[in-house]
Design a binder for this molecule. Structure first.
Ligand SMILES: Nc1nc2c(c(=O)[nH]1)N[C@H]1C(S)=C(S)[C@@H](COP(=O)(O)O)O[C@H]1N2
Ligand SMILES: [Mo]
Length: 489
């Protein structure tokens, strides 16, 4: 068999296998699709250093990079298997079966799919083996390309059909049907002068589209509010199951909260602010009746992600949120419901697509990131960031330095700026909105022409000034003063 034909045999068989798996997954749960399941398993198994490298290098595109890398590896395997089978179909068949095992293993270890899910990788393996052996025979017996074209066509059809059926869960329709979420207690209006957008800070409230997104999900969980429920159980007197309607018909409160990711490097972008609407976690837990001895609220997402928060803290702070900026939560940010706890980094508190609240102990249960090297307790550290000038940026005439500072839940009391290691100067602060949100700042300086370095540091309302020592995000959040070098022209 010609090498080109042999390679094509492997490639088309592989595409057929993946497409067949994707099509079956559309009916048993899209995350059972072998490609996505292997990707998700890879994310869960990735050693922390590699994950940190991926996040630092690719930011939130890390998952796209993973899918592309997997694609490249698979194309390599497909071509390799085809070439190895020039004399006999046995090697390619073996490769198909081995890949099938990987798919089955990835799917059965997914926490977010039912028992039927295994049908997807099984169908995938069967289709792969069958297609490969069929194409191999065609290639040996005839010069015609018909068999190849038909198989490739079927693969494309199955893949597209799977994608269409799999995403048919009408999340948008369900969001629309939720309609207005009118809080009984509204968050105070954001006063003018809360941000300095003209000077380069972000706007005080981040829109849903601009809100940073961090999660381990390769495909956004698609859940309709009508089918969703929240289970509250564990060390409680009265376990409960709350439907979406039951939550929304309670007295809703609105809070302006700045969410912060522990992976944020000094000066990094993983921080945003929104008006969240929901019910207080404490109200629900008190109704369930927390038993003595419990110290952790362990929340689980529909996709298996888990987070553990200090129970005493969430009894007083935080929401089971169903709304964001006047609308139901966007799908990427947790629709139908998520937790939002001001003052704790997202990985120990902000579970999106939350379906389960377990009142337990830190000794008994560990959240997703804890065995991966991150701290069990992770209150947000006082920090500040220079937004303008940007690194290596140019400033004409008078220099305005502007940025952001945060110290949830204590609140920011002061931000200082110094130039070229000189004396600290106090910056003008934006209007004080809430201790659970960030605070913008600006300072105007006359600087000589040439290169300068600005540094900033924030002090919280208890008088604590952020640490100068540069620490990495692992294990419990970065520290250090952000510094930016720029040129005055
Ligand atoms: N289900 C789920 N919830 C999650 C995560 C996740 O990976 N899966 N990541 C957490 C982390 S690390 C952060 S910082 C916040 C980010 O919330 P956002 O994407 O709405 O900004 O969500 C938290 N909730
Ligand atoms: Mo995070």
């Amino acid at each position: 068999m010609k090498p080109a034909k042999a390679a094509l045999t492997g490639l088309i068989a592989l595409a057929t296998a993946l497409a067949a798996g994707h099509l079956v997954a559309a009916f048993v749960g899209l995350s059972a699709s072998p490609y996505l399941a292997v990707g998700n398993a890879a994310i869960d198994l990735t050693p922390s250093w590699l994950k940190d490298f991926a996040v630092t290098t690719f930011g939130t595109a890390d998952k796209l990079v993973l899918l592309i890398c997997m694609g490249v590896v698979l194309v390599g395997i497909g071509i390799g298997a085809g070439l190895a089978s020039r004399n006999s179909p046995a090697p390619g068949t073996l490769v198909a079966v081995l890949l099938g095992f990987v798919g089955v293993a990835a799917v059965v270890t997914r926490p977010d799919v039912g028992q039927l899910a295994v049908l997807a990788p099984v169908a995938s393996t069967a289709a792969g083996v069958y297609a490969f052996r069929y194409l191999h025979r065609e290639a040996e017996e005839s010069e015609s390309r018909r068999g190849f074209l038909i198989t490739a066509g079927l693969a494309v059809f199955a893949g597209v059909a799977g994608q269409l059926f799999g995403s048919r869960t009408d999340v948008e329709g369900s969001r629309q049907a939720v309609g207005d979420l009118t809080p009984k207690v509204k968050a105070p209006e954001i006063p003018v002068g809360a941000d300095f957008v003209k000077d380069g800070t972000p706007s005080f409230i981040t829109s849903g589209d601009d809100f940073y997104r961090i999660d381990t999900a390769l495909s956004v969980p698609r859940i309709r509010a009508e089918e969703w429920a929240l289970r509250v159980h564990g060390m409680v007197e009265r376990p409960m199951v709350l439907t979406f309607e039951e939550i929304r018909s309670r007295d809703l409160v609105e809070e302006t909260v700045t969410l912060t990711c522990v992976s944020n490097e000094v000066g990094g972008p993983y921080i945003s602010t929104a008006n969240f609407v929901g019910v207080r976690i404490g109200d629900v837990l008190r109704e369930a009746g927390v038993k003595a001895g419990a110290d952790q609220l362990f929340s689980t997402s529909d996709d298996g992600f888990t987070a553990g928060s200090p129970l005493d803290y969430v009894l007083e702070n935080g929401l089971i949120a169903i709304g964001m900026n006047g609308e139901p939560l966007p799908a990427e940010h947790g629709f139908p419901a998520r937790l939002v706890v001001p003052g704790l980094y997202g990985y120990v508190s902000a579970t999106k697509w939350v379906t389960d609240l377990n009142v337990t102990t830190f000794a008994k249960d560990q959240g997703y990131w804890i065995p991966r090297g991150w701290a069990t307790r992770a209150p947000i550290k006082v920090s500040s960031r220079i937004d303008r000038p940007t690194r290596m940026g140019k400033v004409q005439g008078k220099a305005v330095i502007a940025g952001t500072a945060w110290a949830q839940p204590k609140g920011v009391a002061k931000v200082e700026v110094r130039i070229d290691g000189g004396p600290w100067r106090e910056a003008q602060l934006g209007a004080d909105v809430s201790d659970t949100t960030w605070r913008m700042w600006r300072v105007e300086l006359e600087l000589s022409k040439g290169s300068h370095t600005a540094e900033c540091r924030a002090t919280d309302k208890s008088g604590f000034t952020q640490d100068q020592a540069r620490l990495d995000p692992v294990p419990d959040g970065a520290t250090g003063w952000h510094s930016v070098t720029f040129t005055v022209e």
